[in-house]
Design a protein around this ligand. Structure first.
Ligand code: G1P
Ligand code: ZN
Length: 549
């Protein structure tokens, strides 16, 4: 085999530092000379393509179908072969949703996988591309690994690639690539079987047969084929339930981020007369979800709390939950459920990778982020369709509407009004300066009053992993008020242009009164305080957010 391998001389390229979820750049950047190759070689150098006995490792490869994935897949396969990997399992057409990739990594007991996706960022020749490595547990590489990959990109001098023709990724079955096995698999089948093992498909099927109507927006991204197979073919949802169901290289020009701003057509339908009973959308790579009832939006933080409180209604979780984990900026609604259930609760930094240890150690069963991410220990990624199916299972068992379920939940636990305001494409230096000023002001904030609300504590969130003791600092500035309200500020780690400031706003209402306000109205004083405290306008020139979720 070695005679076909070329060692290509290269030089370090600046800026190949993975962010919250892998390396993301504008597509033309990744298509630039040696850019993809340098990063993939750095991954392989850190992970190793052979085990200690010299045996070639097995990896999974797939992605969300975005522009450039097809060509990148061929490069990655040739480089895997050249670096000595023994076998790569690839989704047909290089397609694998992120949760399906995580499942395949685990199911086949592989050594990890490479996922080609920039998640919810738009795709296309002038939009975004991304790639990340997941470990043998199916979860994103931890910071120590991504940092090592980055360090490797700074010293790389050559990469190895096989001279060979393209693998036929349209054909399911086994092929040879310079001595490495390439198994092209159906991207949907194993994932669908996993879902069938977790949820009461008979009950959900009966609900659809009884006239339950749903709209699922695939946003022209990877979820379409999965949702069509599971919802329409296996669960009997009416044909046409899934819309925008064919993954397109540019996502049909859509911004495949399932939130009220970018999934507006779905929101309009769910708030119209004769709305379906249930609506949902997923993102570019299928790990995010938004759920909507007829005339009612479910915030992701509330969704996590409701799913946790009702998970035992699904067969896969009937033994109960071991614990609930949420990212720090996610509302505390899930904590109240954990307290009521008498199980552990965990608050982690933003990013799914921080849940991996808790799931592996059996400390948490369900995890969630306010950024439309929910999942469980069935894989090591968040999982959009999983959340949708758990909701369907709960609806089928409780035989109530989404609105009724939310009202009962708030009546029992109180309501954490919640919203996130994003200020996008800010000048990076200005955003950093604002965060810096805020950090310096933290000690002086304590005890200060904003709009009648007094600050009780203010800090920069640091996290010590309870499993391996690793410490992550500077994970977001949080300001807590005596009345339980909270503001969190952090800069996005997934953007590719300037900086995105995220301001997370929360206010708790114990009830029984005041549980059905509009979230933005309920949060008005907290929003004002957030602007005053950080002097957002003075630093960034912005007075109104670009996206409100
Ligand atoms: C965003 C979300 C975060 C999520 C990540 C990957 O990261 O806020 O919760 O884990 O995307 O989907 P951010 O851009 O805020 O760093
Ligand atoms: Zn995603």
């Amino acid at each position: 085999m070695t005679q076909h391998v070329t060692a290509v001389a290269t030089q370090p390229i600046a800026g190949q530092k993975p962010g919250t979820s892998g390396l993301r750049k504008k597509t033309p950047v990744f298509m630039g000379r040696h850019y993809l190759e340098n990063f993939i070689q750095s991954i392989f150098d850190v992970i190793g393509c052979r085990d200690e006995n010299g045996k070639g490792k097995t990896f999974v490869l797939g992605g969300d179908g975005r522009y450039f994935n097809d060509r990148a897949a061929q490069v990655i396969l040739r480089m895997a072969a050249a670096n000595g990997a023994g076998r790569v399992i690839v989704g047909q057409g290089a397609i694998l949703s992120t949760p399906a990739a995580s499942h395949l990594i685990r199911l086949n007991k592989t050594d990890g996988g490479i996922i080609m996706s920039a998640s919810h960022n738009p795709g296309g020749p002038h939009e975004d591309w991304g790639v990340k490595f997941n470990m043998a547990n199916g979860g994103p590489a931890p910071e120590a690994k991504t940092e090592a990959m980055y360090q490797r990109t700074l010293e790389i001098s050559e990469y190895r690639i096989l001279e060979a023709q393209d693998v036929d990724l349209t054909r399911i079955g086994r092929q040879d690539l310079g001595g490495m096995i390439v198994d092209v698999v159906d991207p949907v089948a194993d994932y669908a079987a996993l879902m069938e093992s977790l949820f009461d498909f008979a009950a959900i099927r009966a609900m659809f047969a009884g006239g339950f109507r749903m709209r699922m927006d695939g946003m022209c991204a990877v979820t379409g084929p999965y949702a069509t197979e599971i919802l329409e073919n296996r669960l009997g949802a009416a044909p046409g339930t899934v819309v925008n169901k064919v993954p397109l290289p540019d996502f049909g020009g859509m911004h495949p981020d399932p939130n009220p701003t970018w999934a507006q057509a779905l929101m309009d339908e769910m708030f119209a007369d004769a709305a379906p009973d249930f609506g949902a959308a997923s993102d570019g790579d299928g790990d995010r979800n938004m759920v909507v009832g007829a005339g009612i939006y479910v915030s992701p933080s509330d969704s996590l709390a409701v799913l946790a409180a009702n998970a035992h209604l699904a067969p896969g979780y009937k033994a109960g939950l071991k614990g609930i984990a949420r990212s720090m900026p996610t509302s505390a609604a899930a904590d109240r459920v954990a307290d009521a259930l008498g199980i552990g609760k965990y608050e982690t930094p933003t990013g799914w990778k921080f849940f991996g240890n808790l799931l592996d150690a059996g400390k948490a069963t369900i995890c969630g982020e306010e950024s439309f991410g929910t999942g469980s220990d069935h894989v090591r990624e968040k999982d959009g369709l999983w959340a949708v199916l758990l909701w369907l299972n709960i609806l089928a068992v409780r035989k109530q509407s989404v609105a009724e379920i939310l009202a009962e939940h708030w009546a029992k636990y109180g309501r954490n009004y919640y919203s996130r305001h994003d200020f996008e494409a800010i000048d990076a230096a200005k955003a950093e300066a604002m965060m810096q000023a805020l950090r310096q002001a933290l000690p002086a904030l304590r005890g200060r009053k904003f709009d009648g609300m007094r600050v009780s504590t203010a800090d920069d969130f640091a996290y010590t992993d309870p499993v391996d003791g690793s410490v992550s600092v500077k994970q977001g500035v949080r300001v807590l008020f005596q009345d339980g309200s909270r503001i969190v500020y952090r800069l996005s780690g997934t953007g590719t242009e300037g900086a995105t400031l995220r301001v997370y706003l929360e206010r708790y209402a114990a009830g029984p009164d005041g549980l059905d306000l509009d979230a933005q109205a309920a949060l008005t004083p907290v929003i004002r305080a957030a602007h005053d405290m950080a002097e957002i306008a003075a630093h960034t020139g912005r007075t109104t957010p670009d996206v409100i979720t």
